[in-house]
Design a binder for this molecule. Structure first.
Ligand SMILES: Cc1cc2nc3c(=O)[nH]c(=O)nc-3n(C[C@H](O)[C@H](O)[C@H](O)COP(=O)(O)O)c2cc1C
Length: 191
């Protein structure tokens, strides 16, 4: 009996410590607070890279899937052609251009990223919100801008994503500068 106990004791101890180690390390810091156990998608559109960089930083903190919304016909590389040409025309005429698509159905929480374009979200993001059913889902907007702020983009998203709950947006000037990682963390912690 003593012999059996002597053999079993190390096995039990190792198993116990392994379980304890797994429990302590289960929270790898990628999902916290209200996002725990939720299926997360980070969907964003970016023309110049600012919103993409914020999307990647959010993704690094939340985990989940990340998806770049892209119009089927890309915008020109030239700023004036995009800003005062096609984007202005889409804004004025209410055009929501066709995009690459993703099925948002499997996700509970969808972070939706956009640059401010002509006082609202960029038109491809409007297409994304219209193409999917967001009923019962949570939308978390993040917005980059060139000085105008977040406008009413969260409210505009609410109108397009019918039946969703739209949370407080993260509003970032251009790429957010050096303090942005901390800012993202404290925003995510409060969700
Ligand atoms: C077509 C277009 C329209 C824009 N309209 C606005 C605007 O209304 N208000 C604002 O603050 N910035 C505006 N900007 C600046 C962008 O919102 C800002 O530079 C943003 O960070 C760009 O994000 P991105 O690099 O991901 O494309 C506009 C830029 C473009 C190209």
């Amino acid at each position: 009996m003593k012999k059996i106990l002597l053999i079993l004791l190390p096995v039990i101890l190792i198993a116990g410590f392994t379980l304890l180690y797994q429990k302590v390390n289960a929270d790898d810091g990628t999902k916290t607070g209200g996002l725990m156990d939720k299926k997360i998608l980070i969907a964003y559109f970016s023309w110049g890279g600012n919103t993409r960089s914020i999307a990647q930083k959010i993704h690094a903190q939340t985990g989940g899937d990340i998806f770049e919304i892209k119009p089927v016909t890309p915008y020109p590389n030239d700023y004036n052609e995009t800003a005062y040409g096609i984007a202005k025309e889409q804004k004025d005429k209410g055009i929501h251009p066709p995009i690459n698509n993703i099925d948002a159905a499997p996700y509970d929480v969808i972070f939706v990223g956009t640059p401010a374009w002509w006082y609202t979200m960029a038109p491809p993001v409007m297409t994304f919100l219209e193409n999917n059913n967001f009923e019962g889902k949570t939308i978390v907007p993040f917005i980059t801008h060139g000085g105008g702020g977040g406008y009413t983009i969260d409210k505009d998203m609410e109108k397009l994503a019918k039946g969703s709950t739209v949370l407080k947006p993260l509003v970032v000037y251009e790429n957010g500068g050096p303090g942005i990682d901390k800012e993202i963390k404290s925003w995510i912690d409060k969700l």
